[in-house]
Design a protein around this ligand. Structure first.
Ligand code: SF4
Length: 347
C-alpha cells in the first residue's frame, strides 16, 4: 500500500518539531497558522515564544490585540494573528474555552479553512480528514500524473478525493503528518531525489521523467506596483508614527507618515508636492537622508519604498497633533510592518 510506504518513510525521516509532540488542539492550531506562510525553521522560535506568553486559549483571548501582534512581529501576514485572537475569544464565549472537537465546528472559527480544519481534526482528534496543502498537492500530482491545478474548484475536488483515497484506513494523524513531511523533504519542488524514493516504481512523473511538469503551474495573478514615500520625522529622542487603517495591507499596524503615489518621483518633486506641503506645512525641517530600498514583494503587490529622513527641533513635534510621538526606546511596543521594523533596526 502506498500510504504505508509513506508512513514508513516518515518514521525514519521525520524532523522533531515541537508541535508534533502534542495532541493539544490549541498548540496544533497555533503551529498550523504560523506555518501557513512561513518556513518551519523560522516558526519554531515564534511558536515557543507565543505558547510561553499565551499558554492557553483563555490567555490568548484575554490578551490585548497589540500584545498579540507584537508576538507576531517579523512573521508578516498579520491578519493571521488577528484571526487567532478573535477565534480564541469566540472559543471562550461559545465553547467555554475548550477547543471544539469536530471538523464542522472547527471550520467555523475565524481564519480556519479546509486545510487547517482537516489538519487539526486529524492531528488532535484522529478524525478521518485528509489535509491537502502545497506539499501534498505536489506529491499527489506527480504520483498520479494529475495536471489539474488546485486553484480551480474542479482541481480542488480532484485532489481532495485522491488524498481521501490514499489515506484510506491509515491512522489519520500519522498519514497526514507523513505525506506533508514527505512533500517537504523528499518530493521537493526542485530536484526531488527520486532514485531513493520508496514510491518511484509507482510514480507517474518518475516513470515518465516529468517531475518538472507536475504540479501544473497556477495561473498568475496580476501584481500591482505601489510607491511609498515614508517620512521619518525625528530628532535624537523620538520620531513620528501613525496607525494604518482597516481597509488595506498591514491593517492597524504602525508606520511613519506616508505619501503614496502612483509612480516614482525625484525627491525635489516630492518636496514640491501638495501632499508634502499639507503634511509639513509651517514646520521648519531639514532633510538629512534619503534611502531607497529594494522592492518589497507581497503576494499581489510590489511596494517600492523610499525613506526620507527629516530632522526637526523638539518643539516642532507639537505641530503634528494627528501623529503619534514615539520615544525611540519604546518603538518595540508598536507592531509595525516589516520594512518599517527593518528600517528602525538600521537606525
Ligand atoms: S519518485 Fe520522485 S516525483 Fe515521484 S513521489 Fe518520489 S520523489 Fe516525488
Amino acid at each position: 500500500m502506498l500510504n504505508s510506504k509513506i508512513i514508513n518513510w516518515y518514521e525514519f525521516n521525520k524532523r522533531d518539531l515541537p508541535w508534533r509532540n502534542t495532541s493539544d488542539p490549541y498548540k496544533i492550531w497555533i503551529s498550523e497558522i504560523m506555518l501557513q506562510q512561513t518556513q518551519v525553521v523560522t516558526v519554531v522560535d515564534y511558536y515557543y515564544r507565543f505558547i510561553n506568553s499565551f499558554p492557553t486559549i483563555k490567555a490568548l483571548a484575554l490578551a490585548d490585540e497589540q500584545e498579540v501582534l507584537n508576538h507576531w512581529q517579523g512573521l508578516g501576514y498579520y491578519s493571521r494573528a488577528r484571526n487567532l485572537h478573535q477565534a480564541a475569544k469566540s472559543i471562550v464565549d461559545n465553547y467555554n474555552g475548550v477547543f471544539p472537537d469536530s471538523f464542522d465546528e472547527i471550520i467555523k472559527l475565524k481564519g480556519i479553512g479546509v486545510y487547517t480544519a482537516s489538519a487539526i481534526s486529524a492531528f488532535a482528534f484522529h478524525l478521518p480528514y485528509a489535509a491537502v496543502d502545497g506539499n501534498v498537492y505536489r506529491v499527489l500530482s506527480r504520483l498520479f500524473g494529475v495536471s489539474e491545478s488546485t486553484n480551480s474548484p474542479k482541481g480542488k475536488r480532484e485532489f481532495q478525493s485522491l488524498a481521501d483515497e490514499l489515506m484510506a484506513d491509515a491512522p489519520p494523524h500519522l498519514y497526514n503528518q507523513a505525506i506533508i513531511e514527505f512533500g517537504a523533504l523528499q518530493c521537493t519542488a526542485k530536484n526531488p531525489d527520486c532514485e531513493v524514493c520508496p514510491l518511484h516504481a509507482q510514480c507517474f512523473a518518475y516513470i515518465n521523467k516529468q517531475q518538472n511538469v507536475f504540479p501544473a503551474k497556477k495561473k498568475k495573478v496580476k501584481v500591482i506596483d505601489r510607491f511609498f514615500y515614508y517620512l521619518y520625522i525625528y530628532n535624537e529622542e523620538r520620531f513620528l508614527m501613525q496607525q494604518r487603517g482597516e481597509r488595506d495591507i498591514w491593517r492597524n499596524l504602525f508606520e511613519f507618515p506616508l505619501i503614496e503615489l502612483d509612480n516614482k518621483i525625484e525627491l525635489v518633486d516630492l518636496i514640491k508636492s501638495e501632499a508634502w506641503r499639507s503634511l509639513l506645512r509651517d514646520v521648519k525641517v531639514e532633510v538629512t537622508d534619503q534611502i531607497v530600498t529594494k522592492a518589497h514583494k507581497l503576494s499581489h503587490q510590489n511596494l517600492h519604498i523610499e525613506f526620507v529622513h527629516i530632522r526637526v527641533e523638539d518643539k516642532e513635534f507639537e505641530k503634528f497633533s494627528s501623529l503619534i510621538r514615539v520615544d525611540k526606546e519604546a518603538a518595540r511596543d508598536y507592531p509595525m510592518p516589516k520594512p518599517i521594523e527593518m528600517h528602525l533596526a538600521r537606525e
